[in-house]
Design a binder for this molecule. Structure first.
Ligand SMILES: [Zn+2]
Length: 874
C-alpha cells in the first residue's frame, strides 16, 4: 500500500550456523494470528451481486477446506454479514453465530468432522461501504458532469471480511474464483482475466479465472462505467482503467507499467506470474494506491496525467507505480506471515521504487529527493516515544496502525538502502532473488530475508541488522580527530542514541555501517562501527571528512570543532551527497541543542550560488522554520532579511524562466526558491508573481503547470478581498481535478484572517465535488499553517465529516498528526484532552508521540528565537 498522508514482542532473527542455509518452508502453524489453524481454506468460489442503490451485497460462497484435526467448530472472519443455509458437505450446520464485535463467525456442526478435505457452502447478505474499506461505492462527477457511482475494493489490512466471509489473515493463502453480477453496460475488473460473461436482460454475470494461492487482502473487484487502454508486451496483458472519458490520460501509465515490469522481471529473476496486470484509476475518497495482485488500484490523481500535470505529478505517478509493482513480488508472490512483518512489504516496495525511479530517470536525482523523506523519518525516530520497525500486532486496529509512513515506509527504505550499500548491490540482489525463489506463492518472515542475504553474502546479516529493526531510534556517531606531526588524521568514533530532547536511559547501541570519505574525491572506506572508541585512520587533518559519504546512512554525525571547521571551509567543493548529509546533521544538532545555530548558518552561507536542489531545499526548510518561530518576535524582520539574502544568489543565477537544457531538479529548485522568497516577503518576487497572475487571468497558458503552485500560493498569501475572489473563481472554473486541487490548495495559503475564514467555508462547501472529499481535510490542514485557532476550530466542529474518507488512517491521523499540526497555536493540554477523547485507549503510544513533538517544538521555538535574535545578521 502507499499512503499519501503506525508494542513489542520482537521476532528474533534466527541464529545462524556456518552454512547459512535458507530456512525451512513456511508453515501456517508458524504464523501468529487470531484464527484457529485446525481448519484452513484451500479454495474459494465467491459469487456476489452488489446493489449500488440499496447498498447491499447478495453473495454465495463455496469453500474447499482442509480439516487438519477433527473438530465440530469452524471459525472464520465476517463483518456486517448475515449467513444463511450454512452446510458442510451438503449437511446443515447445527448453529451459526456471527459476532460483529469480534469480527468472527462460528459454525457448530452436528458432529465432529474428520481430517481431510471438506466443502463449506452458504449464502449471505452484506453491505456496500461508503468509506474505502471492503467493497465500497464511490460517488463522482463524470467528465460530462453527471453524478455517477463506481464500486471498488480496499481490503488491506483486514477488510476483505466486509465483502465476503473468509479466513482474513495473510497466512491463509488460498485460490479465489470470483463472479460478479452488475449492470450489463458496466466494465468489471478483478485480479485475473475474464473467463465467462453471461448477460441476462440488464445484468451481466462475469466470472474470472481462478487466482493462484494468495492472501484475502489482495482480492480486488472494480465495477462501473469504466474503460481501458491496453497493450500486450512479452506475453503479459496490460490495461489502464479509468472512468469513461479519462482512460486516455492513462497513456503514460500504460507505457511506464511495461517498462517497470520488464525491469522487475529481471531484478527479481522471477517472471511476473500472472497473465495480466491492470492499473485502475479510482476517483475520490480512496487515498494512495493498493497492490492487489494483477489489479492495482490507484487514487486517479496518482495515475492519470493530462496537460494540467506538472513534473511533480509525473514523478509521483512513476514512483507510486514502481512501489505498487514491487509488491507484486514482495508482498503478493511472497507475503509476510503476519502484520508484525508489514515493514518487509512496505520498506522493500519503497526502496525498490526509489531505486527503479532513479534508474529510469537519473536526471530527477531521485535519491536526493528521497533524502527529505529520510529526514522526516529521522525526525520522527528521534523521539523517546518512537517505535521499532518490527512491532507486535495483536488486533485489527494495530494492524491498520502498522502502516506508519515515517517508520514502516521511510526508515525501512533507508535501512535497506544502507545495507544494500554495505553488501554491494549485486550481492544484495542475489539474496533477494534467493528469497523470492525460496518463498514464491508462500509466506515469509523478516528472518527469512536476513537468512537469504546472509547466504548470498556469506556473513551473518541478521546479527548486524537486528539493532536497526528491533529497537527504536538510531545513533549519533561522534567523531574526534587527532593529528600526528605530519598532519595525518586518526578519528576516534563513539555512539549514543540521537534524541531531539532528553537522554537515552537504555544506552542503546547499533552496529553502524559507516562510509568514511577523507578529502573531496576519495572513494569511501566501509567501516563497521561495533565498539566504543573505535579508531580509524582518515586522511589528513586539513582535508574535509565525511563519515556518512553518499548520505547512505540512517545515523547522524557530530564532528569535533576542528573537523567541522575543515568541512565548513571546504563546503563548496564537497560532493552533493556529502554536503546534504552535513547540512541535515548540523541542522538536527542545532534543533537538539547540541550545537549552536551559527554552526549551521555558516554551512548554509557557504553554498553561494551552487545549484544543488536538495541542499537548497534543506536550507529553505530550516530558514522557513526559524522565520515561523520568529513571528511576533522583535528579531523577525532582521532574520527574514538575512534569510532572503541567503536565497537570493542562487535564484538570481536561475532567473524566472526555464532554460531549454535544464533538468527537472533545477526546475524544482527554481520553484522552491520562488516559494520561499515569496513567503519570506521578497518584494521583487511578490511583484513578479502578481504580474504573472494578472496575465494568467487573461490567458491560462501564461503560467505553465510547473509554476502554478508557487505563483498562485504567493498571490494568495498576500491577497486582498478582490484578489481572493479572482483566485476563488479560477479554482471554481478549473478544467480538471489536477488544476482544481492545485488552485484550492493555493487559496488556503491566504494570510488575511477574514479571508482565511472564507477559505475554510469554501473547503467545507459543495464547491468541492464528491470525488475530492478527502481534499477537505488537506485544505483545512493547509490553513493551519497561518491560522492555528481558526483551523483547529473548523477541524473540531467538522471532524467526523473531514475524517470520513480516511477510514484506514483516521485513528493515526487524529492520535499523532493532529498534535503535530497544531503545536504552535493551541495549548498542549487542550490538544491532548481532545485527541485522547477521540481515539481508542490503545492508541495512547501514538498520542504520546504526537505530544512529544508538540513539547519539543515549543522548547525548540524558544531556543531558536533566542539564537536567531542573538545572531549577527551581517
Ligand atoms: Zn506499499
Amino acid at each position: 500500500m502507499n499512503m499519501t498522508s503506525r508494542l513489542s514482542l520482537i521476532l528474533t532473527a534466527s541464529a545462524l550456523t556456518g552454512a547459512h542455509a535458507l530456512a525451512t518452508p513456511f508453515s501456517v502453524d508458524d504464523a501468529p494470528g487470531r484464527l484457529p489453524k485446525n481448519v484452513v481454506p484451500m479454495s474459494y468460489s465467491v459469487t456476489v451481486e452488489p446493489d449500488a442503490t440499496a447498498m447491499t451485497i447478495k453473495g454465495h460462497e463455496s469453500i474447499v477446506l482442509q480439516v487438519r484435526t477433527a473438530t465440530n467448530i469452524i471459525q472464520f472472519n465476517s463483518l456486517n454479514e448475515t449467513l444463511r443455509d450454512v452446510r458442510l458437505d451438503g449437511k446443515p450446520a447445527r448453529k451459526v453465530v456471527s459476532d460483529d464485535e469480534a469480527q468472527l463467525t462460528t459454525v457448530t456442526l452436528p458432529a465432529p468432522v474428520r481430517v481431510g478435505t471438506h466443502t463449506l457452502t452458504f449464502s449471505y447478505t452484506g453491505k456496500i461501504e461508503t468509506q474505502p474499506h471492503g467493497l465500497f461505492a464511490q460517488a463522482y462527477a463524470s467528465p460530462g458532469g453527471e453524478q455517477r457511482v463506481l464500486l471498488s475494493t480496499q481490503m488491506e489490512a483486514t477488510d476483505a471480511r466486509r465483502m465476503f466471509p473468509c479466513w482474513d489473515e495473510p497466512a491463509f493463502r488460498a485460490k479465489f474464483r470470483l463472479s460478479a453480477t452488475v449492470p450489463a453496460d458496466w466494465g468489471v475488473v478483478s485480479n485475473m482475466p475474464i473467463v465467462k460473461r453471461v448477460v441476462k436482460v440488464k445484468l451481466a454475470t462475469t466470472t474470472f479465472e481462478t487466482t493462484p494461492r494468495m492472501p484475502s487482502y489482495l482480492v480486488e473487484l472494480t465495477a462501473g462505467e469504466i474503460a481501458e487502454i491496453s497493450a500486450k508486451n512479452d506475453g503479459t496483458d496490460f490495461g489502464v482503467w479509468a472512468v469513461r472519458g479519462l482512460e486516455k490520460n492513462g497513456a503514460m501509465a500504460l507505457a511506464d507499467v511495461q517498462t517497470i515490469l520488464s525491469d522487475y522481471n529481471d531484478y527479481f529473476g522471477y517472471r511476473f506470474p500472472l497473465p495480466k496486470l491492470d492499473s485502475i484509476a479510482v476517483p475520490g475518497g480512496f487515498q494512495g494506491a493498493m497492490e492487489n495482485w494483477g489489479a492495482i488500484t490507484y487514487n486517479d490523481q496518482l495515475l492519470l496525467l493530462s496537460s494540467s500535470s506538472s513534473i511533480k505529478n509525473r514523478q509521483e505517478a512513476y514512483s507510486v507505480q514502481a512501489h505498487e509493482m514491487a509488491h507484486q513480488w514482495n508482498g503478493d508472490l511472497v507475503t509476510m506471515a503476519w502484520w508484525d512483518d508489514i515493514w518487509l512489504n512496505e520498506s522493500f516496495a519503497s526502496w525498490m521504487a526509489a531505486k527503479e525511479t532513479d534508474r529510469r530517470h537519473p536526471d530527477w536525482k531521485w535519491w536526493e529527493d528521497q533524502d527529505s523523506d529520510k529526514e522526516g523519518a529521522m525526525s520522527a525516530d528521534a523521539r523517546a516515544t518512537s517505535h521499532s520497525i518490527q512491532q507486535h500486532v495483536t488486533n485489527e486496529l494495530q494492524a491498520a496502525n502498522s502502516f506508519d509512513p515515517e517508520i514502516t515506509y521511510s526508515k525501512g527504505q533507508a535501512i535497506l538502502r544502507m545495507f544494500e550499500a554495505y553488501l554491494g548491490p549485486d550481492v544484495f540482489r542475489d539474496g533477494i532473488r534467493q528469497y523470492i525463489k525460496a518463498f514464491a506463492f508462500s509466506n515469509a518472515t523478516t528472518s527469512n530475508l536476513w537468512d537469504a542475504l546472509s547466504a548470498a553474502s556469506k556473513q551473518d546479516i541478521g546479527a548486524i541488522v537486528a539493532g536497526w529493526t528491533e529497537q527504536a531510534g538510531f545513533p549519533l556517531v561522534s567523531v574526534a580527530a587527532a593529528c600526528d606531526a605530519a598532519g595525518a588524521r586518526t578519528v576516534t568514533l563513539s555512539q549514543q542514541r540521537f534524541l531531539l530532547q532528553g537522554g537515552d536511559i537504555k544506552h542503546a547501541t547499533w552496529k553502524v555501517p559507516l562510509q568514511i570519505r577523507a578529502g573531496v574525491d576519495a572513494v569511501p572506506q566501509a567501516v563497521l562501527l561495533t565498539q566504543d572508541n573505535q579508531s580509524v585512520s582518515a586522511g589528513r587533518c586539513d582535508e574535509p571528512l565525511s563519515v556518512n559519504a553518499g548520505a547512505l546512512g540512517f545515523y547522524r554525525t557530530h564532528y569535533d570543532a576542528a573537523t567541522l571547521a575543515a568541512n565548513t571551509k571546504n563546503f563548496g567543493q564537497l560532493k552533493d551527497t556529502d554536503r546534504i548529509a552535513l547540512l541535515d546533521d548540523q541542522w538536527a544538532l542545532v534543533e537538539s541543542g547540541v550545537d549552536a545555530l551559527p554552526t549551521y548558518l555558516a554551512l548554509a552561507a557557504s553554498m553561494g550560488t551552487d545549484l544543488d536542489t536538495r541542499a537548497w531545499h534543506q536550507i529553505a526548510h530550516a530558514l522557513g522554520s526559524i522565520e515561523y518561530d520568529e513571528r511576533g518576535s522583535s528579531g523577525h524582520d532582521a532574520f527574514s532579511a538575512y534569510a532572503r539574502n541567503l536565497l537570493r544568489p542562487p535564484f538570481e543565477q536561475l532567473g524566472w524562466s526555464a532554460k531549454p537544457d535544464e533538468t527537472p531538479d533545477v526546475q524544482d529548485l527554481r520553484q522552491t526558491l520562488i516559494r520561499q522568497l515569496g513567503s519570506l516577503g521578497d518584494t521583487g518576487v511578490i511583484e513578479e508573481a502578481r504580474k504573472r497572475f494578472a496575465a494568467f487571468l487573461k490567458d491560462h497558458g501564461a503560467i505553465p503547470p510547473d509554476y502554478q503552485d508557487s505563483i498562485l500560493t504567493i498571490v494568495a498569501q498576500y491577497a486582498d478581498a478582490a484578489t481572493f475572489e479572482q483566485l476563488r473563481s479560477i479554482a471554481a472554473a478549473a478544467k480538471d481535478e489536477t488544476e482544481f486541487r492545485r488552485f484550492y490548495q493555493a487559496l488556503m495559503s491566504v494570510r488575511d484572517p477574514a479571508l482565511a475564514k472564507q477559505a475554510t467555508d469554501i473547503a467545507l462547501s459543495p464547491q468541492i465535488p464528491a470525488q475530492a472529499d478527502a481534499l477537505r481535510l488537506q485544505l483545512i490542514a493547509r490553513v493551519a499553517g497561518e491560522h492555528q485557532q481558526l483551523s483547529w476550530q473548523v477541524f473540531r466542529d467538522n471532524n467526523e465529516r473531514l475524517l470520513k474518507p480516511f477510514a484506514f488512517e483516521g485513528p493515526l491521523i487524529v492520535a499523532q498528526y493532529l498534535p503535530e499540526a497544531y503545536w504552535s497555536g493551541i495549548p498542549p493540554a487542550d490538544i491532548e484532552a481532545w485527541v485522547r477523547a477521540h481515539v481508542p485507549a490503545e492508541m495512547s503510544p501514538n498520542v504520546d508521540r504526537g505530544m512529544e513533538t508538540v513539547r519539543f517544538r515549543l522548547a525548540e521555538k524558544d531556543r531558536l528565537v533566542r539564537a536567531a535574535d542573538a545572531f549577527d545578521h551581517q
